[in-house]
Design a protein around this ligand. Structure first.
Ligand code: UD1
Length: 419
């Protein structure tokens, strides 16, 4: 099994270009099911999750061609002939469930295995189902599959008890081809929702209010094709920001949208790290030595993203003083803590709260990535730790980071993939 080997203690220096957003392109890939015309997406990162979604779409009869070198992907779903998403891809990646809305809208039917993905909580899908049921879909369960069926979808007013990203996306994609108007109240407002709505509008959908808690979608008869560029990945950007800070480095990130990172930049500045916007899409991050302790509460956007909680915990494990993190989005997102403790971090978990007593040093150790972002946090800890660390289970990291080791190495990090 491949592992990442890190020799800590080298400050990262240089420039790095941030890739397109995984969580923006996965729903757009699912949305390619909504039209029989050609869709081309640019800035699609070369990730395992993108491969899983491509395989899933191919199994439904969609033509998918990837030009990895140019990070471009081409889809045509004229030949869509299957509505079943089997256990394999759905278990590997929870975002597979995003094909339910588009399949219902286009085919009036979908059969999907119950989702898997990172084991960071119970992650139910009740809000997806509630929204699609309000639009006329009937559901049955058998053999671990959810089968949805409807003669046609009709618009409705849907209130989400929680602003779920996936439920907002699934409902929005179903609604673009439904009869009449759909209103999603308490919708998620993440930048990836805005990007999905912009893409759908670009291919002919009628959507207002994406990025606010109230989204209104007026159904149309059909969508066209189009060529669209995915927004930069704010979570990857945040991960590299922490990499600069934790290693005592100074790096410039290219292809970032600073407005998507307001909460993250503000927390980083609170710890004492220098963050400078050099232009519309350039950010410089400079360490000023050991960081100060800060408190963090994860929240739906525009709050602090849960997907950067483990990486910030790595940074705070080396802070002056004690920090408190409250994880309000996913109840089990502390699986990286045990591994961090093996590297010398002092963290105590009390239900959804983590209390981190900052240490002067971490020690290299053999650790195992428990999930995608927790795995990234271990690599970050290893950048700062004394001596060598070995991170196992890097299949989790590859779901969401393209060539993380090689790109950290391009900034001077001593980070290698071992066979
Ligand atoms: C998306 C992101 C993921 C990120 C998360 C929160 C993608 C592919 N993944 O995941 O990286 O961590 O947003 O920003 O975009 N919930 C319910 N019922 C539902 C749906 C969700 O109770 O029907 C709960 C979940 O258990 C969780 C919370 O809502 O506690 C947030 O989940 P949600 O926003 O749906 O996250 P995902 O779309 O799965």
């Amino acid at each position: 099994m491949e592992r990442i080997l890190v020799e800590g203690g080298v400050p990262l220096m240089g420039r790095i270009r941030i890739k397109g957003a995984k969580n923006a392109c996965l729903p757009m890939m699912a949305a390619s099911l909504l039209t029989s015309e050609d869709i081309i997406l640019d800035d699609v990162p070369d990730l395992d999750d993108v491969r899983t979604m491509s395989r899933l779409l191919r199994s439904l009869g969609v033509e998918v061609y990837r030009d990895r070198k140019n990070e471009r992907i081409y889809f045509n779903s004229r030949g869509l002939n299957n509505c079943t998403a089997p256990y394999g891809p759905v278990r590997r990646m929870r975002a597979s469930f995003l094909i339910m809305g588009p399949l219902l809208a286009r085919m009036g039917r979908s059969r999907i295995s119950l989702p898997g993905g990172c084991a960071i909580g119970t992650r139910p899908i009740d809000l997806h189902l509630k929204g699609l049921a309000a639009m006329g879909s009937q559901f049955t369960m058998d053999d671990g599959y959810i089968e949805a069926e409807t003669p046609f979808l009709r618009g409705n007013r849907i209130y989400l008890d929680y602003p779920s990203v996936g439920a907002t996306e699934n409902i929005m994609m179903a609604a673009v081809l439904a009869r009449g108007t759909t209103v999603i109240e308490n919708a998620a407002a993440e930048p990836e929702i805005i990007d999905l709505a912009s893409f759908l509008k670009y291919i002919g959908a009628r959507i207002e209010g994406a990025g606010t808690p109230l989204i209104e979608i007026e159904g149309v008869n059909s969508l066209t094709g189009g060529h669209y560029r995915v927004i930069p990945d704010r979570i990857e950007a945040g991960t590299f920001m922490v990499a600069a800070a934790i290693s005592g480095g100074d790096i410039i990130l290219e292809n970032v949208i600073p407005q998507h990172l307001t909460a993250v930049i503000s927390k980083l500045q609170e710890t004492g790290v220098l963050v400078e916007e050099l232009g519309q899409s350039l950010i410089r991050i400079r360490s000023r030595g050991r960081v100060n302790a800060v408190d963090i509460k994860t929240l739906p956007y525009p709050g602090f993203p849960t997907d950067l909680q483990p990486q910030f915990m790595a940074l705070l494990s080396l802070a002056h003083g004690t920090s408190v993190i409250s994880e309000t989005v996913f109840e089990k997102r502390y699986m990286h803590v045990e591994e961090m403790i093996r590297m010398g971090a002092r963290v105590r978990i009390e239900e959804r709260t983590a209390i981190i007593t900052g240490q002067q040093l971490l020690q290299g150790a053999i650790v195992r990535a428990p999930d995608l972002r927790g795995g990234a946090a271990l690599v970050l800890s290893a950048l700062a730790a004394r001596g060598f660390s070995e991170i196992r289970g890097i299949n989790h990291i590859r779901r969401g980071y393209n060539r993380l080791a090689g790109r950290l190495r391009s900034l001077g990090g001593r980070v290698f993939v071992l066979p």
